[in-house]
Ligand binder design. Structure first.
Ligand code: SF4
Ligand code: SF4
Ligand code: SF4
Length: 336
């Protein structure tokens, strides 16, 4: 009953141009036996943007691991993938190795600078569960708070993105991220012009929740491409209410409401996340699913963030200027 009221209320609030059908919404939500049997391809599920933080709910009971989402992500973002200059500069301290995925672009088994979403697989409670993994878009993202250059930022809609134009690839974001999501490609970026021999540089890459596409009125490519309506994107309060309601009605488990202080990516699983975490392969580019305390809560981290904020702002202005100079030089402008 409560569920029906919630859905009816949501349908009534949808704007005409973005309204999804009652059947599509039921299907996306996985609620209602008849709706679940609909034969047609599910539509992308996007609730209207009301101006606050947006969140996505990924219903793992519906994911069949077909990788259409990952394919769509690569296609949508291909123009932004790094094209490194080779050979890589000898880095200091000597022995520092480049991180190079440019010859492994087809690797879909993990997160890489060329694969911002991949499907993890777990065997748990006698079933196989497929888990699309990408940036969690934390509500209080340590990657953005602790980036010394202001290259990683949280945007008003809740998206966390890295500006490849000014990222120097120091990987502070990856170190600070509880899931080590951002992935580095060496041999690209502003550092080549500023300090080419400084060890461990490049540019960090990760999902930006299709920021530009969404700003133009679209839906993230992975959300749109899924044939099973696994993902729903919408205002966080509504997505959170949906997540809780679905978990209550299906006996499911949620991940992301509290992890790292709350994330704008919420998973619904038919089995407990401890079991999923135990069942997945973990390692570089293959994030865990363990519970995560708020990493920005310790006072030393907050203090660093407060200290870094003005410096990062100034650094970002400087780096944007440097990037503009490099671009003009590359364009052959003699005045520079
Ligand atoms: S998951 Fe990691 S990379 Fe993504 S917003 Fe959170 S801290 Fe940043
Ligand atoms: S939201 Fe966009 S960038 Fe992020 S995983 Fe989906 S398609 Fe890729
Ligand atoms: S496209 Fe949908 S069903 Fe296929 S792997 Fe991605 S989320 Fe799962």
């Amino acid at each position: 009953m409560a569920c029906n009221l919630l859905i009816r209320g949501m349908l009534n609030t949808l704007k005409p141009q973005s309204r999804i059908t009652r059947r599509a919404l039921f299907k996306a939500l996985g609620i209602g036996g008849a709706a679940a049997l609909l034969p047609e391809r599910a539509r992308a599920a996007a609730l209207p943007d009301t101006g606050g933080e947006q969140a996505t709910l990924l219903d793992l009971t519906r994911c069949v691991g077909c990788e259409a989402c990952a394919d769509a992500c690569r296609e949508a973002n291909a123009a932004r993938f790094p094209e490194p200059r080779k050979p890589f500069p000898q880095m200091l301290p000597s022995g520092t190795k480049p991180e190079d995925f440019s010859d492994r672009r087809a690797d879909t088994s993990r997160l890489t600078p060329y694969n911002w979403l991949f499907i993890q697989r777990a065997q748990a409670q006698g079933r196989e569960v497929f888990i699309p993994r990408r940036c969690m878009h934390c509500q209080n993202p340590p990657c953005a708070a602790l980036c010394p250059w202001g290259a990683a930022s949280k945007y008003p809609g809740g998206t966390v993105a890295i500006d490849a134009d000014i990222c120097l690839g120091g990987a502070k974001c990856r170190d600070a991220c509880p899931w080590a999501i951002p992935q580095r490609q060496s041999g690209v970026g502003l550092y080549l012009d500023l300090a080419p021999r400084l060890g461990g540089n490049g540019v960090m890459f990760k999902c930006d929740r299709c920021k530009d596409r969404v700003a133009a009125g679209g839906t993230p490519a992975c959300v749109e491409a899924c044939p099973n309506g696994v993902q729903v994107i919408g205002p966080r309060p509504e997505i959170e209410a949906l997540a809780r309601e679905k978990a209550r009605t299906t006996g499911g488990h949620l991940y992301g409401l509290d992890e790292n202080g709350g994330t704008n990516t919420i998973y619904l699983s038919p089995v407990p996340f401890e079991l999923l975490d135990a069942g997945i392969e973990k390692g570089p580019g293959k994030p865990h699913l363990a519970s995560v305390a708020d990493s920005m809560a310790p006072s030393n981290r907050l203090a660093w963030a407060v200290l870094l904020a003005p410096l990062a702002g100034a650094a970002s202005v400087f780096l944007r200027g440097a990037r503009a100079v490099v671009r003009r030089k590359e364009g052959g402008d003699e005045r520079v």
